[in-house]
Structure formats: structure tokens, C-alpha cells
Design a binder for this molecule. Structure first.
Ligand SMILES: Cc1ncc(COP(=O)(O)O)c(C=O)c1O
Length: 374
């Protein structure tokens, strides 16, 4: 059997990983500023994480959601504390798309409506409703097409107000910082406008925090910069530092009903152990403050390069927009300097490293970047 060939691959086999570094099968070391696509939040193979998962696997790896799982309650309590939303409720699932799918369903169950407002260049996942709310027709199959989703221009308050007047809005879903869309930071005034319109019309504010959340921006949810709460936060990626887990953090006004949401694997013992280890390390090592500090440093330094069109982002979620003449920089960083970075089309380098990235790593990147752009 062959693999279904959907990914354009770099010709590299990763064999070992630790902290902000990975090694290939020939022993070559790479600096990882991509974090396996914003997934590695506390660093590769962190000893506390490895120990917690190993200990858990030796006790019980899986049992279904038909029995009590104190680990889920511990995770909910710690997530409430670290995220500053202690009165919210947690539903656990397995991926980002599934988190958004559940959030959109819950919103529709809540107010009985169908219309979802999403924004241009948004990415919310590949399952049926999540992909319908994603602004990329190439990945929407005919069966996913629906007129339940309306796409509005990014940060257009007048268009948002008009949409609320025109439709019975069930929910507004927005990434605090668009990732696939090229690292576009949602402005504080726009997020506050969403909050006030959702309050006025009893619609649900869904904060897609799958890429920009979990401390990456320097605050737990990047939407927190606006000083207002969303009704539902969706998360995945950094939540398990590579162990598949997703979740939604749900405001107190939503009342759970048996059977309303459900999953076989979501919130299993191993996933909870991974997610607890991540939050423990984020707290113990003060990683949100580190993400803010090293992120600000990188953003400041990168803004000094006159070759760069624009630097956008917050904390350790950074986009560097380059002109066409510098289209090779990402490849050269990887193959000449052994530094992994991400990208957004057409020519944005995306930095999504572990939140434990050090100043020394940042300087190593800046030196290599400087050589390539000059
Ligand atoms: C903002 C955002 N939402 C949703 C998703 C989907 O997550 P997953 O790939 O875990 O389904 C992603 C993944 O890149 C994302 O960046």
C-alpha cells in the first residue's frame, strides 16, 4: 500500500528531538522555529512531559467516557486557572477541526439559529462545518458547501453591523491572529465590536485559539488583548505538545445536556496526562512571559530589516512578509542554515516555535535571516 500523497514533503527524516532542536537520521541538528506547525508548545521531549506520559501509560492508557476520569477534572481545573477562565466548562476532543465543529454546533443548539459569520482568509479546519467556515474554496468539497456561512471582510465593523441586521446570526468565529491567512492580528476594537454585537443579538462569540492560543501570543488566549471574554474558546495544537488533543472552553451560560456532544477518544487518559504536563510546564517555567519577551525582541529586530515588507504578530506567532525577490529565503534557512520555519502564501515566513525559545536561539535565527535577505 502507498501513502495518499496529499503533502508536499521536505526530503528530511526527523529522528530525534529535544527542546527547540530536532535531528535528522544522519545526525544533523536543526533549530526548530516551526514547532511542527505550532504544536510544540513546551519544547520537544520535555522531561516532565515524557515522565508524565510514561507513568500514565504504565497505569492505564485508555478507557472510555463512560467512567469517571479524575484526570479530566484536574485538567479542567488547571486550564481554568492558567487561562483565567475558572468559571468556564471544558469539553475535550481530539483536534482543532473537531473543536471548531463542536463549538459551532453548541452555538446553534444554544440559540437555535444557523447563520455563522466567518472572515476572509480564515482557516478553521477540514471537517464539514469547520471547512465550510474556512475561506478557501479549494478545500471545500461540494458536499461541504452551505449557505449557512457568510464571509465578511477582515476587521470591517460596518459590514459586521450590517450582517447582524440582515441575518439571524448564530455565531461569529474568529482567529485572534489569522495563521494560514498570513499572521493577521485581530484588532482590539474589532474584537470588542464582535462582543457587543453578540451580546445585543444573543449570538455566540467563538474565539478560534487553535494556533494563536495556549500562551503563544504572550497571553493565554490572544483574544484576551481586547479585554473582553469570548463565549467559547477552541484549542488544540499546543495543548498536548504533540499528543493529539483538542478542547473547547465554554462560558457558564451554556447548559450541558447528556448526549449533546460526545466522542470516543476525546479526553482519554494519555491525552489528559499530556495536556496536564503542558500546563504544569507553562506555569513552572513562566512560558507565557517568555513568549512575550522573546517574541517582542524578534519582532523589534525583524522590523529593522529594510528588505522586509511587513512584520506582523504577537509573542511567538510572527509573520515576516517578504517581496517576491526573496522567495527563496525559507528554503535557504532550512537547507543552508538548518532552521525550520513555516510559511503562509504567497510569501510570508511564519515563526511558530516552542514557547521556551531562548534569546540565543532568536539571535541564531536573526543572523541567518540577515545573511539571506542582504
Ligand atoms: C486557526 C486554526 N483553526 C483550526 C485548525 C484545524 O486544526 P486541526 O488540523 O487540528 O484539525 C487549524 C490548523 O492549522 C488552525 O490553524
Amino acid at each position: 500500500m502507498k501513502l495518499f500523497d496529499v503533502y508536499p514533503l521536505n526530503d528530511i527524516i526527523i529522528d530525534k528531538a529535544f527542546g527547540s532542536h530536532v535531528w535528522d537520521d544522519k545526525g544533523t541538528q536543526y533549530l526548530d522555529l516551526y514547532g511542527g506547525h505550532a504544536v510544540i508548545s513546551i519544547g520537544h521531549t520535555h522531561p516532565h512531559y515524557v515522565k508524565r506520559l510514561t507513568d500514565q501509560l504504565n497505569k492505564v492508557g485508555f478507557y472510555s467516557n463512560s467512567v469517571k476520569m479524575p484526570l479530566q477534572e484536574q485538567l479542567a481545573a488547571l486550564l481554568g486557572k492558567v487561562s483565567g477562565k475558572e468559571d468556564y466548562q471544558l469539553f475535550l476532543c481530539n483536534s482543532g477541526a473537531e473543536a471548531n465543529e463542536n463549538a459551532l454546533k453548541l452555538a446553534s443548539f444554544y440559540n437555535g439559529r444557523k447563520k455563522i459569520i466567518a472572515f476572509r482568509k480564515s482557516f478553521h479546519g477540514r471537517t464539514s462545518l469547520a471547512v465550510a467556515a474556512t475561506d478557501n474554496p479549494k478545500i471545500v468539497a461540494p458536499v461541504n458547501e452551505t449557505d449557512n456561512v457568510v464571509f465578511l471582510p477582515w476587521q470591517d465593523e460596518a459590514a459586521l453591523e450590517a450582517a447582524f441586521k440582515q441575518y439571524e446570526v448564530a455565531a461569529v468565529i474568529i482567529e485572534g491572529i489569522q495563521g494560514v491567512g498570513g499572521i493577521q492580528v485581530a484588532g482590539e476594537s474589532f474584537l470588542r465590536k464582535i462582543r457587543s454585537l453578540c451580546d445585543e443579538y444573543n449570538a455566540v462569540f467563538i474565539a478560534d485559539s487553535i494556533q494563536c492560543g495556549y500562551g503563544r501570543s504572550g497571553k493565554f488566549y490572544s483574544h484576551d488583548y481586547a479585554g473582553v471574554n469570548a463565549d467559547i474558546y477552541t484549542m488544540a495544537k499546543g495543548m498536548g505538545n504533540g499528543f493529539p488533543i483538542g478542547g473547547i472552553s465554554i462560558a457558564p451560560k451554556f447548559k450541558a445536556v447528556y448526549g449533546m456532544l460526545g466522542t470516543t477518544f476525546g479526553g482519554n487518559h494519555m491525552a489528559c496526562a499530556a495536556a496536564l504536563a503542558v500546563l504544569e510546564v507553562i506555569e513552572q517555567e513562566n512560558l507565557m512571559a517568555n513568549a512575550a519577551k522573546i517574541g517582542n525582541y524578534l519582532i523589534e529586530q525583524l522590523r529593522n530589516f529594510k528588505e522586509v515588507i511587513e512584520v506582523r504578530g504577537r509573542g511567538l506567532m510572527i509573520g515576516i512578509e517578504l517581496p517576491d525577490s526573496l522567495a527563496n529565503v525559507k528554503k535557504d534557512l532550512l537547507f543552508k542554515h538548518r532552521i525550520f520555519t513555516g510559511e503562509a502564501k504567497p510569501n510570508v515566513i511564519r515563526l511558530l516555535p516552542s514557547l521556551a525559545l531562548t534569546q540565543e536561539h532568536a539571535d541564531q535565527f536573526l543572523e541567518a535571516f540577515s545573511k539571506e535577505v542582504k
